[in-house]
Write a protein that binds this ligand. Structure first.
Ligand SMILES: [Zn+2]
Ligand SMILES: [Zn+2]
Length: 318
């Protein structure tokens, strides 16, 4: 394990010195060396994740696909979304815009004594053990994600953005990051706020992000796979999340929750709040009104069209 971490450090150093630092000098941004070094860590994590997806999840998709690939162009769009998000290109672009806002949140949290609170000190001897606190933090972030996701489906303006994610009819391991950028910025801000409030250690935050993102990519993958009767109640599987993306689901005639299987990592939230469905079908994905007999609604085929139409839906609601 330590060897692996050492190798990672060496690679981070190399990437920083050969690519990032010359870039900073070139653009006159040498003031940001410290942030950029941190950013290089995320860039490297992103590159390793993409490699892992290609090798491991890619092989599984070939082994047991749910459906054949008939629209390769839509997969290319999702690969673009994945690179933008996982290599943090989007965060870098937002850095100068959002960082002052995050700093303000951190300052505010500090003023109100929130950042002084460390959840892992709740029960000394138990909650301060690394693996215990890691599980607690994972559960808290996942609960926040669950309610964030419920809100995305519940409020019309929020659904206008989240529909970008659901409009994919060719769902694969690349589809997790297919999101409206405004939505991504909002979710990042919520997560930064939560991590400040509960006092997550930076090292643990990195592990939580990596684990969450890998499970998210896996749950979107085009793989005919579930974890069995009990496994599917413990961890979100590809079949479980596919149910959430089912095109058969009709928003306009649906119940109050407006969907099933909102959980990101742990289905326990769906079980507690009555939104779980363990239906064994692998149905086609998409949004109901994309079907020809429901209006063939257009959510855009290209990245820019999808982003633009998302904004338009958000502002044009009655
Ligand atoms: Zn959703
Ligand atoms: Zn999804």
């Amino acid at each position: 394990m330590n060897n692996l971490l050492d190798m990672f450090d060496v690679a981070q150093q190399w990437l920083f010195e050969t690519v990032v630092q010359p870039g900073l000098f070139h653009f006159g941004l040498s003031n940001y060396t410290e942030d950029a070094y941190q950013g290089t860590m995320w860039l490297l994590i992103g590159l390793l994740q993409v490699l892992f997806l290609l090798v491991v999840f890619g092989a599984l998709q070939k082994w047991r696909p749910v459906e054949p690939i008939v629209d390769r162009q839509q997969i290319h769009v999702d690969i673009l979304y994945t690179l933008i998000h996982r290599l943090r290109l989007f965060q870098v672009a937002l850095f100068f815009l959002v960082q002052p806002f995050w700093d303000a949140i951190a300052g505010w949290a500090h003023v109100y004594g929130l950042s002084a609170f460390n959840l892992d000190q709740l029960w000394p001897g138990v909650t301060d053990q690394a693996w215990v606190s890691l599980i607690i933090y994972l559960l808290i972030f996942d609960a926040v994600d669950y309610f964030y996701h419920r809100a995305q489906h519940r409020y019309a303006w929020f659904w206008a953005l989240h529909a970008v994610h659901h409009s994919q009819r060719q769902m694969t391991m690349w589809s997790d990051n297919r999101n409206h950028l405004l939505d991504s910025a909002l979710r990042d801000s919520v997560m930064v706020f939560v991590s400040l409030v509960i006092g997550v250690q930076p090292g643990q935050f990195v592990l939580i992000v990596i684990f969450t993102q890998l499970i998210e990519s896996f749950s979107h993958a085009n793989i005919r796979l579930h974890f069995g009767r009990w496994g599917d109640r413990l961890l979100v599987s590809p079949r479980y999340h596919r149910k959430h993306h089912s095109i058969e689901y009709n928003e306009s005639t649906a119940g109050a929750a407006k969907g099933h299987n909102f959980a990101v990592l742990f289905p326990v939230w769906d079980l507690i709040f009555g939104t779980a469905s363990f239906d064994s079908a692998y149905s086609p994905t998409g949004i109901h009104d994309q079907l020809p007999d429901a209006g063939s609604h257009d959510y855009g085929r290209g990245f820019l069209a999808q982003q633009w139409l998302g904004l338009r839906r958000m502002f044009q609601r009655p």
